[in-house]
Design a protein around this ligand. Structure first.
Ligand code: SAH
Length: 246
């Protein structure tokens, strides 16, 4: 259960931090590490700081973009030390663990950590359903990335002891699976195209509208059936516009 949760690090600068993250994960029985465009990896510094969690480093998946890392995920949680001008729905590490393992189990999950210097960018948070903030000293709120991973993985580890057994998690509620990040991306591309086609949105001004629309849909966590319905509506409105233009 814990082993499937992806810990994703975006553009980590110091390889030692990658090793320390691997160690923090293994302490909490977690192994699924993804590295998005790390500055230096593999590296002796990472191996040394992993202190025996070399298997986590060896099994890490390196990829070029955050989109790739979360493409198959149904729940994506970004982490940040600071609030944002557009607010994302915020959760604590404990709420995150409850959501992932107890309230909504059975989803493919990614928890995303940002750069040491500047955290996650807003366009990366656009891919996230929730923003996790570790409550701490408001005047000194930025933890070392491995310390942040440790706190989050600890809460997951504790909650996993309280979670229902794995066999009864998958498909037991007869519900449609949640849409993955890749399916949501195609939906947003389709929506931008349709809103432009029907004259609601000008491509030059689409950025902030699309960001707000993403936030609405990320908040409700669409399942695949609901996504099909919405895409049907988009297709029909595009066809309607074309017919009216003829
Ligand atoms: N200066 C950066 C902080 C980066 S710390 C900024 O302003 O965002 C590196 C990463 O550790 C962050 O991107 C986040 O993923 C994680 N992190 C650090 N402190 C955190 C906190 N209080 N809550 C949640 N995540 C935190």
């Amino acid at each position: 259960m814990l082993s499937t949760i992806k810990i994703v690090l975006v553009e980590t600068t110091h390889p030692g931090n990658i090793g320390a993250v691997a160690r923090a994960m293994k302490n909490m029985k977690m192994h699924n590490l993804w590295l998005v465009a790390p500055k230096t990896f593999p590296s002796a510094d990472a191996t040394s700081r992993a202190s025996g969690a070399d298997d986590v480093l060896a099994g890490a998946t390196v990829c070029a973009t955050l989109q790739e890392a979360v493409a198959d995920c149904q729940l994506v949680i970004g982490t940040s030390a600071r609030g944002r001008t557009i607010s994302w729905p915020e959760i604590t590490p404990r709420e995150c663990a409850e959501k992932v393992l107890i309230n909504e189990p059975g989803n493919t999950v990614a928890i995303v950590f940002g750069r040491e210097s500047s955290g996650l960018k807003n366009h990366e948070l656009d891919l996230c359903h929730f923003l996790l903030r570790i409550p701490c000293n408001s005047e000194y709120s930025s933890l070392n990335i491995a310390a942040a991973v440790q706190v989050v993985c600890y809460e997951l580890f504790v909650a996993s002891g309280l979670a229902p057994q794995e066999e009864i998690l998958v498909g037991d509620k007869g519900e449609e699976p949640l849409a993955t990040a890749a399916q949501m991306e195609s939906f947003y591309i389709h929506m931008a195209e349709a809103l432009t086609d029907i004259g609601f949105m000008h491509p030059a001004k689409s950025k902030s509208i699309m960001r707000r629309l993403r936030r609405i849909y990320n908040r409700v966590q669409l399942d695949t059936k609901e996504l099909d319905i919405l895409r049907g509506i988009l297709r029909m409105s595009q066809g309607h516009k074309r017919n009216n233009d003829d």
